[in-house]
Design a protein around this ligand. Structure first.
Ligand SMILES: [Zn+2]
Length: 407
């Protein structure tokens, strides 16, 4: 992925600047503190819809870092503003507070050498700590930016959280009209810059009938037959490769006993597309398939069953063009550290600003890691690879926020 000469120059100028170099030294000197922040935050559970404790702790950390207008909003996001010298335009720099792990998960961190093992440690707790490290380094080095930077710890990025934190921010924050760009620091990897937001619609469909004895009541409508037909209909829907579009029946549940026609069965369905129109088409075809399956089962047997259709997820699709300045700057910053940047599609907090036409990317927190969304999740906080990625992301942030260069 090539950066334009102009963006390469911008990044080179930032990297050569004495204050940026000073900031990098501060990050090096404070690396163990950053690691301790990662551990402390990881060990505060933040299950889906249960981020309060971690949010409260992070709010205090933002306050302790001297930000202005430190606050928690109505959905639980916490944030604070680092004032710029410009006209009040704002770059939002986010990391998400929530993990995929349910309440009760053991979130204690095991440290083996430079590796930290714990659920959520890389996705996205490391980034919460790294954003604080950026802030301390910028302050210690006296770095000034034209744009204000709103540092955000947001709720509801994962799964059925449905991006509710960032969605709320862009719908209700009093200064939302000044949001000019959005960077979410999410997971360690800095090489793969996310410029595309995969949209998704998620459904839970419950097929409900009278139920009865498998033998004595034979001939009654069977919710499983309707559900199976709806699943088969979804499987048969053709989808384009471009824009990439996918469907999945992912969870099924229900039934009473092996010798009973069930009263209720449920299936959960995940529909995704890089294109808003394709996603809408797929959704319509899926819903038509459910309706047809219910009608077919009601026609085939006695009694009546119904489908209760519940939309449990709605993430808008969006795209920051790969030629957009923000994408070029990020690619140049990543390349300047000797990485090979690539632009990718994913589903992240950046979907929301992308869908609104606001330049947005996912960038990385540095270092390496793996097994995200599993109990074996790990990161490596080895200092050189950590700082290398952090320098790339800090340079991106400062380029987008228009850092004031030393004379
Ligand atoms: Zn994440």
């Amino acid at each position: 992925m090539r950066a334009t000469p102009q963006t390469e120059e911008t990044i080179a100028a930032i990297r050569a600047d004495a204050r940026f170099r000073h900031a990098c030294e501060v990050m090096r000197a404070e690396h163990e503190r950053t690691v301790q922040d990662i551990i402390a935050l990881t060990e505060i559970p933040a299950p889906p819809f249960g981020e309060e404790k971690r949010a409260a702790a992070y709010l205090e950390m933002l306050r302790a870092h001297g930000l202005e207008e430190v606050e928690q909003d109505a959905v639980g996001n916490v944030m604070g503003l680092r004032r710029g010298f410009g006209n009040g335009d704002i770059l939002v720099v986010a990391a998400h507070l929530d993990t995929v792990f349910p309440a009760g998960t053991d979130v204690r961190v095991r440290r083996e050498g430079t590796k930290l093992f714990a659920p959520g440690v890389g996705d996205d707790t490391r980034s919460l700590a790294v954003n604080l490290a950026f802030l301390r380094a910028m302050d210690a080095a006296g770095i000034r930016t034209r744009h204000d930077i709103l540092f955000l710890g947001d709720v509801g990025e994962e799964g059925l959280g449905d991006l509710r934190g960032v969605r709320h921010l862009f719908a209700h924050h009093p200064k939302r009209a000044r949001f000019r760009a959005f960077l979410t620091v999410d997971s360690p990897d800095v090489e793969r810059i996310v410029t595309g937001g995969i949209g998704s619609r998620r459904y839970r469909v419950t097929f409900r009938g009278p139920g009865g004895h498998s033998f004595a009541a034979f001939g009654l409508v069977n919710p499983v037959y309707a559900m199976a037909e709806a699943a088969r209909a979804l499987a048969a829907i053709p989808v384009p490769r471009e824009p990439v579009t996918t469907h999945c029946v992912s969870v099924v549940a229900g039934g009473t006993s092996i010798n009973a026609i069930p009263e209720a069965v449920t299936m959960e369905v995940d529909l995704r597309s890089a294109g808003a129109e394709e996603l809408a088409k797929l959704e319509a075809a899926f819903l038509a398939g459910v309706e047809a399956a219910v009608a077919a089962e009601n026609a085939a047997r006695q009694g009546t069953l119904k489908a209760e259709v519940q939309r449990v997820g709605d993430r808008p699709a969006g795209h920051t063009p790969n030629g957009a300045p923000i994408a070029r700057l990020a690619a140049a910053a990543v390349a300047a550290e000797g990485y090979t940047p690539g632009f990718e599609w994913s589903s992240t907090d950046a979907n929301i600003p992308m869908s609104l036409g606001i330049p947005a990317l996912r960038i990385g927190s540095g270092g390496t890691g793996g097994r995200a969304h599993s109990l074996e999740e790990w990161i490596d906080v080895e200092i050189e690879s950590s700082l290398r990625g952090m320098r790339a992301s800090l340079a991106t942030i400062l380029a987008v926020a228009e850092m004031e260069l030393s004379a």
